[in-house]
Write a protein that binds this ligand. Structure first.
Ligand SMILES: *Cc1c(COP(=O)(O)O)cnc(C)c1O
Length: 432
């Protein structure tokens, strides 16, 4: 790693870096530019990006078409408040999102990050019931192993057993209810599926009067547990919720725009949520942007004159620069047959990890454009990032997970370098 110069020491840097232990060993690299899947460092060394900057840069970096969309909008207006104004960019993107998603979702609320998009979803659901005079419906139902963002409201729905937000105690989350998804990943045994569903039914039947919404990441749980669960479970759980008058909120901040091999994760089941949250890849990873889509029924509950309006309005909501780039990103996704590209990536990842076994590895799973190696002890991954850097690959493992979520424009040969590096790391380890 000596080839990489001027790495930032997180203790002396003026920047407070995210999710970093200040005493950690891994360097903070100096990126000077990036193009496609290549990140260039100060000394002109390049790295192949295996992470898509936390699932966001789905077209890679510095894409000419997205750059053009940014430049065109810069020359018109880069920002104007959405309180009282709209732009063609914000209006077109709202239309596009409504068209792309199933019938029933017909209002778009814009914000500037996935966490805020999720907060907006939660507030909409709570006030919906308040406005309908169902004032007891104030709790949320969710799944263990979930992640919805780092703000206080979202944090309360993150996995209760994961220590991520330990410092904040259990006070916030104790209000909410957590279900255990069936074990067995995408294809659980029937008995495990039934067990999980009967737990869900028991909780819902006995508590539905106090539950405003079921909020979850459909099929794939990202930043907390990096795990897949059965679409059959999802479908039946949502049907139960709807039957008992509980709203359904899907957080597709990570899975939206192709990550699971379909445009949205919920395309793999037959449920339309009442509220849907999109973020990350929405702007192609160019700017912070999230969209919370809601059904007409939800919107209608805010219409009577004696009700409070929806009290939320981030300063940068509907930012025209972000919206215009997002529109270009979606056009690219649709016109360049991205789902086919993703199928190819998916097959490659499946092949690469199908027979991968190692004594320190608990399991290895792939679906869509995601591949995860889960180890038994986090300690096992302590040198994985440094090893990958030496091979010219940017990986950022966390907890027990070494994973890749590549940009969809990645070439076969580059993908191979990533998967080889992930597997080869384990050959460097002493298993005794
Ligand atoms: C990343 C993520 C969020 C939070 O998005 P930010 O833009 O980081 O605030 C919320 N939900 C899911 C599923 C995510 O993956």
């Amino acid at each position: 790693m000596s080839a990489i110069t001027r790495d930032m020491n997180p203790i002396t840097s003026p920047i407070w870096f995210p999710y970093s232990l200040m005493k950690q060993k891994s360097p903070i690299l100096h990126c000077t530019s990036a193009k496609g899947v290549h990140i260039t460092l100060e000394n002109n060394q390049t790295l192949i990006d295996a992470m898509s900057s936390w699932w966001s840069t789905i077209h890679g970096y510095n894409h000419p078409i997205l750059n053009q969309a940014a430049n065109e909008q810069l020359n018109k207006v880069s920002h104007i408040m959405l309180g009282g104004f709209y732009t063609t960019a914000s209006q077109k993107l709202a239309d596009t999102l409504i068209q792309l998603t199933p019938k029933g979702l017909d209002k778009v609320f814009f914000s500037d990050s996935g966490s805020v998009g999720c907060e907006v979803a939660i507030k909409m659901a709570l006030q919906y019931w308040y406005n309908l005079n169902k004032k007891n419906k104030t709790r949320l139902l969710t799944l263990e192993g979930g992640y919805h963002g780092d703000t206080i409201g979202c944090m309360a729905l993150c996995d209760p057993n994961d220590g991520m937000h330990r410092a904040f105690g259990s006070q916030q989350r104790s209000k909410h209810l957590f279900l255990t998804p069936p074990k067995g990943g995408l294809n659980p045994k029937d008995s495990d599926l039934q067990k999980a569903l009967s737990q869900a039914e028991h909780v819902i039947k006995s508590q539905h009067h106090s539950i405003a919404a079921l909020m979850l990441e459909p099929i794939f749980q990202g930043a907390s547990s990096m795990s897949f669960y059965s679409p059959v479970y999802l479908e039946k759980l949502c049907a139960l919720a709807k039957h008992y008058n509980i709203l359904v909120i899907f957080d597709e901040v990570a899975t939206g725009f192709g990550r699971l091999g379909t445009r949205f994760a919920f395309d793999q089941c037959r449920i339309t949520p009442d509220i849907l949250v999109l973020g990350k890849g929405l702007s192609g990873g160019y700017l912070g942007l999230a969209a919370t889509l809601a059904s007409h029924a939800i919107f209608e509950a805010f219409l009577p004159e004696d009700k409070d309006p929806f009290m939320h309005g981030p300063t940068f909501c509907g930012n025209p620069l972000a919206c215009n780039i997002a529109q270009a990103s979606i056009n690219l996704f649709e016109s360049q047959h991205y789902l086919k590209k993703i199928t190819k990536i998916s097959k490659h990842l499946q092949e690469a990890f199908r027979n991968f076994k190692h004594p320190l590895v608990r399991s290895c799973r792939t679906h869509g454009a995601i591949a995860i190696i889960e180890v038994k002890e986090p300690e096992t991954l302590k040198d994985a990032q440094a090893y990958a850097l030496k091979q010219g690959i940017w990986l950022r493992p966390f907890s027990k997970f070494l994973y890749t979520t590549p940009a969809y424009i990645i070439k076969e040969q580059e993908l191979q370098q990533i998967t080889h590096t992930m597997k080869r790391y384990f050959k460097t380890l002493n298993t005794h």
